[in-house]
Design a protein around this ligand. Structure first.
Ligand SMILES: [Zn+2]
Length: 251
């Protein structure tokens, strides 16, 4: 079993009758567990609904930095946190690439959600873009995963020391991503998981298309090459890592 540890199933490519076909294509490819991340607070309840009505779909509930200014306590409620399919808090973080003029509001939203994670004991899925130093400074006292990790070895080393996992996305397959492949070559295999971040970042050979969870197999194949593993060996290790990262899946 492969898991797409971070996909957005509340987006348009899954709307209405399209979701079941997306899930079926993933299953046909061997990707039989999906973890749906939320960005928009208003997607949290719809994501939970999808998980409730489909086998092996789990949710990380969080508010992306592009929604800085929102109050996370209104959306990430005790009921949400206690839901059996909600296995983490995410995606949350800082994005100074998209917007640089509201850093304080981004840090406030991020810090409040980290506090929710600390109190609930749930792991976090972190989005950090052009904000490595601030993210590292704030990210203490929690465990989790650096989602769609594309930062350099410096941040990798810091977060490795804090027990974090690193998620490889379709970007790992890009021709111009040699540096990211080098970083993943250095990250210990027991700290890596894979994701699509669909509908974004479709891997080679699907670049330019809408990304879907089945495409995570392309990232798996490249990662297997980097780590000198057979695909079935990689599958076993990734499964263990996924369950270690999100222990609530097993409960
Ligand atoms: Zn995402």
């Amino acid at each position: 079993m492969f898991t797409d540890t971070h996909c957005h199933l509340t987006d348009d490519y899954c709307a209405n009758d399209k979701l079941d076909a997306v899930i079926a294509r993933a299953h046909d490819a061997g990707v039989t567990r999906l973890i749906c991340a939320t960005s928009d607070a208003n997607d949290i309840l719809p994501a939970i609904k999808i998980a409730e009505t489909h086998d092996n779909i789990f949710v990380t509930a969080g508010i992306h930095p592009e929604y800085a200014g929102m109050n996370p306590h209104e959306y990430i409620t005790p009921d949400v946190l206690a839901h059996p399919r909600v296995v983490g808090i995410g995606e949350i973080g800082l994005d100074y690439h998209e917007r640089n003029d509201n850093r304080d509001a981004q840090i406030k939203l991020f810090s409040e959600q980290l506090e929710i994670a600390r109190q609930s004991g749930l792991p976090v899925a972190i989005h950090a873009r052009d904000a490595d130093d601030d993210a590292a400074a704030i990210l203490t006292g929690v465990r989790g995963v650096m989602h769609c990790f594309t930062s350099g070895w410096n941040l990798a080393k810091t977060m490795l020391d804090r027990g974090f996992y690193f998620s490889a996305s379709g970007i790992l397959t890009f021709k111009n991503a040699a540096e990211i492949r080098e970083t993943f070559a250095k990250i210990p295999m027991d700290r890596i998981v894979i994701e699509t971040d669909s509908p974004f970042c479709a891997p080679v050979p699907y670049r330019g298309k809408t990304c879907e969870p089945f495409m995570v197999m392309e990232t798996a194949r490249v990662l297997a090459e980097i780590k000198n593993l057979q695909l079935d060996e990689l599958e076993t290790i990734l499964e263990q890592n996924t369950l270690n990262l999100y222990p609530k899946i097993k409960q």
